[in-house]
Design a protein around this ligand. Structure first.
Ligand code: F6P
Length: 339
């Protein structure tokens, strides 16, 4: 078979291990793999590159994606959909493996409904995709944020300050939640829970009096009422949050309310790159391998999902279009660590 592999949406660590896993498994079947360059855009421009053992052998520990990525949405326009389908045939592809988050897999779902032989591989540092327990990229992103947290706590203590760390995560609070618990933060703000300034100030000051500093984690998607909300939208209609500046705004308000010198740091894209953690290398490799097995099993319109310790094929329709947000039991757990 000739299998096309693409990576779409925001990059994250683990994409290269997934590409590598797919190519390694494809070799067992005697398949030919080609990389589709820059996500769905590559199927509009017909830009591909050969993917053989030499190309992927050394990429297990590399962040980002060797194929490049984009947030191109062919379903913005029906002629682009037709062009995508025509080009898959023109490139002689027997199947497409689409590695991406909700948007990329949303396109895969719609193409599968039109008869395209497509298999999904879930990824996102936000960990907000339904149908799978974890996505690769998340573990690496949180570990980078944990490293930043340790550094920020050192300087916060030295200067007797409050420091706010803003992390990514769009509209789900998983990255902030895990960073907050994992770093021992004194307070963590996630988009799923409205900000209660009185409770927050009380908690932060209790911790500050005990330790002579306080450390706060805030997710970029948190709504702080005083901020201007004029974000740009991407191809899929999502708000781009990079200009929202929730971290600096939370720091400004906290300083005003507590009278304590407060600083903020925004980790931004630093947490999206870098060598994948062991967890992301293994998960990426496993779902990449599974995707090729699914192609051979005829499991089109499905995605390789992590359920417990197993990687299984589930319908894409079970995963896309329903953001996996932080449920109440995790919010309750978070509260335990605010003392
Ligand atoms: O979805 C992954 C993500 O990193 C989000 O956490 C973040 O809001 C967004 O991508 C940033 O996108 P961009 O790279 O386009 O600025």
């Amino acid at each position: 078979m000739k299998i096309g592999i693409l990576t779409g949406g925001g990059d994250c660590s683990g994409l290269n291990p997934a590409i590598r896993g797919a190519v390694f498994r494809a070799l067992d079947y005697g398949d030919e793999c080609v990389g589709i360059v820059e996500g769905w855009q590559g199927l509009l421009s017909c830009e591909t590159e050969p993917l053989d053992l030499v190309r992927v052998d050394e990429i297990i520990d590399r962040g980002g994606t060797i194929l490049g990525t984009s947030r191109t949405n062919p379903f913005k326009d029906t002629t682009l959909v037709q062009q995508t389908i025509t080009n898959i045939a023109a490139l002689g592809l027997d199947a497409v493996i689409a590695i991406g988050g909700d948007d990329t897999l949303g396109v895969a779902t719609k193409l599968a409904a039109l008869g395209v032989k497509v298999v999904g591989v879930p990824k996102t540092m936000d960990n907000d995709l339904s149908g799978t327990d974890f996505t690769f990229g998340f573990d690496t992103a949180v570990n980078v944020a944990l490293d930043a947290s340790r550094r920020l706590k050192d300087t916060a203590l030295s200067h007797r300050r409050i420091i706010v760390l803003e992390v990514m995560g769009r509209h789900a609070g998983w990255v902030a939640l895990y960073t907050g618990i994992g770093s021992g933060a004194d307070y963590t703000l996630i988009p799923e829970v409205p900000v209660d300034w009185d409770v927050m100030v009380r908690q932060v000051m209790t911790a500050y009096k005990r330790k002579k500093y306080a450390f706060i984690v805030v997710s970029e998607g948190v709504e702080v009422t005083t901020q201007a909300s004029v974000e740009k939208l991407d191809d899929f209609g999502h708000m781009l949050l990079q200009n929202r500046g929730v971290g600096p705004e939370v720091a400004r308000i906290l300083e005003e309310k507590t009278g304590v010198s407060t600083r903020s740091a925004t980790i931004g894209h630093i947490q999206r790159g870098g060598s994948p953690t062991l967890f992301d290398r293994i998960l990426g490799s496993r779902v990449g391998v599974k995707a090729v097995e699914m192609v051979h099993d005829g499991d089109f319109g499905k995605m390789a999902a992590l359920r417990g310790t197993e990687v299984i094929a589930i319908p894409l329709t079970e995963a896309v279009g329903k953001l996996k947000t932080v449920p109440q039991e995790w919010v309750d757990l978070l509260k335990v660590f605010s003392k």
